[in-house]
Design a protein around this ligand. Structure first.
Ligand code: SF4
Length: 59
């Protein structure tokens, strides 16, 4: 289980799968888009810079 320190260091904005659209919204591109997915933009899950998950990979 990730500690608070891990979560802080492994946040979305530092992950290779994080994609920001011109400062407007950010999505996770870990997996291919899913048409019609809830909470998604163009099929990718919307995330914030300080979100994180267990799929984190350093960019
Ligand atoms: S949700 Fe996970 S895989 Fe996606 S950008 Fe954030 S840390 Fe990376």
């Amino acid at each position: 289980m990730a500690s608070d320190a891990d979560a802080s260091a492994e946040r979305c904005e530092l992950c290779r799968y994080f994609f920001n659209r011109r400062g407007r919204w950010s999505v996770c591109r870990r997996y291919p888009p899913t048409p019609g997915a809830k909470g998604a933009k163009d099929g990718f899950p919307i995330v914030t810079a300080d979100d994180w998950c267990g799929e984190y990979r350093a960019g």
